[in-house]
Design a protein around this ligand. Structure first.
Ligand SMILES: Cc1cc2nc3c(=O)[nH]c(=O)nc-3n(C[C@H](O)[C@H](O)[C@H](O)COP(=O)(O)OP(=O)(O)OC[C@H]3O[C@@H](n4cnc5c(N)ncnc54)[C@H](O)[C@@H]3O)c2cc1C
Length: 326
């Protein structure tokens, strides 16, 4: 039996951040991930300065692909707004691996299935034992499924549906574009240039709303790639987009039970206006680590529900929400 002080299930930004801080405090930490790193993570790879600060990462010192945008181009019908806003793009394939390596924990390639108790310890798949267990396995996190599903049910009304693709492309327009609510999409589509000749294009929206409107992400995708072509942004003929679903921040704040914790997408923490998940995942990893090492209560109070502020965020949230009544 492999014994560690803490086991973190999932090595994405939530898990690696938690593991990093637990290691700094001197705990013996084991990260279990079903994927071998570096691994592909479907994500546009937009990272806020706030998330970089939480990660104690200076964008100028980050050694892998990173672009800084000083403004965003936000399109809605025939309007375009160009708010000044410093944001970054990274490639998740690189970024997540970098963070996990930096954490300094033992990492094993293992798909977690079953969690049981032995006194105050947790036993994972009959092979791993720990005092502290952190569920950072994303939407399908087994710690969430086995220990938190009943006490923190995630609302289907807050579930997203997405499609995206990241590929090598000699892009000419270095701007980050977002198109909101095209053709009734309860969400937005994006064009995010990446450093070193990559691009990420995709779209996402609220799954329930999409269904109620009789749409699906594949139809929206077809229209979106036509639009990219017509606008002269991307002319590409080898699309094979993939989808992933994750949850926006709900109203239930049960993220700790005994010495078990859940963080990031396992909770469903993406912001309710922009569906930003990396920053909240990182922040929750920090807070869970602090709870374990300093005995502080772990709650979601310090994690932003919105990426922006004010009226615009509220309007976006309402557009995404439709009549879900959340
Ligand atoms: C298409 C798309 C675009 C997005 N764009 C952005 C964006 O631009 N900016 C942003 O901030 N957010 C974005 N998000 C959201 C963001 O990607 C997530 O919120 C974020 O990755 C959550 O991090 P995490 O560490 O909780 O989970 P993840 O990054 O998903 O990591 C979970 C890890 O757990 C592992 N795992 C899963 N099951 C098991 C198991 N049974 N056993 C062991 N390991 C397991 C997985 O292999 C994975 O490595 C996007 C999401 C999607 C789908």
């Amino acid at each position: 039996m492999h014994v560690a002080d803490a086991i973190v299930v999932g090595g994405g930004p939530a898990g690696s951040t938690c593991a990093w801080k637990l290691r700094e405090a001197g705990l013996d930490v084991l990260v279990l991930d079903r994927a071998a790193f570096p691994r592909t993570k479907l994500c546009a790879g937009w990272v806020t300065p706030e998330a970089m600060a939480d990660l104690e990462l200076d964008p100028d010192d980050y050694p892998l692909s990173l672009i800084t945008f000083e403004e965003l181009h936000l399109h809605w019908k025939w309007f375009t707004a160009k708010p000044k806003s410093r944001q970054h793009s990274i490639r998740r394939f690189e970024f997540d691996n970098f963070l996990l390596q930096r954490a300094g924990a033992t990492v094993l390639h293992h798909k977690v299935r079953k969690i049981s108790h032995d006194g105050s310890d947790y036993i994972v798949d009959g092979q791993f034992r720990c005092r502290y267990l952190v569920g950072a396995g994303g939407t399908a996190c087994p710690v969430y499924r086995e220990l938190f599903h009943d006490i923190n049910p995630r609302s289907h009304a807050l579930q997203t549906a997405t499609l995206e693709q990241e590929f090598a492309y000699d892009w000419k327009d270095p701007t980050c574009h977002l198109w909101f609510f095209d053709d009734g999409l309860p969400g937005y589509a994006w064009y995010v240039p990446k450093a070193n000749g990559y691009i990420n294009v995709g779209l996402g929206g609220m799954a329930d709303q999409l269904k109620q409107r009789g749409g699906n992400v594949r139809d929206h995708w077809s229209r979106f790639i036509d639009k990219l072509k017509i606008r002269g942004l991307v002319n590409y003929d080898q699309y094979h987009p993939k989808g992933y679903s994750y949850f926006l921040r709900g109203d239930i704040d049960v993220v700790n039970d005994g010495n078990a914790y859940i963080v990031g997408d396992a909770v469903g923490l993406a912001t309710r206006d922009m569906c930003e998940g990396i920053g909240p995942a990182v922040r929750s990893g920090l807070l869970a680590a602090r709870a374990i090492t300093a005995g502080e209560a772990y709650s979601l109070v310090g994690i932003n529900k919105f990426s922006g502020g004010g009226l615009a965020s509220k309007l976006l949230e309402r557009q995404f929400a439709g009549n879900r009544g959340q």
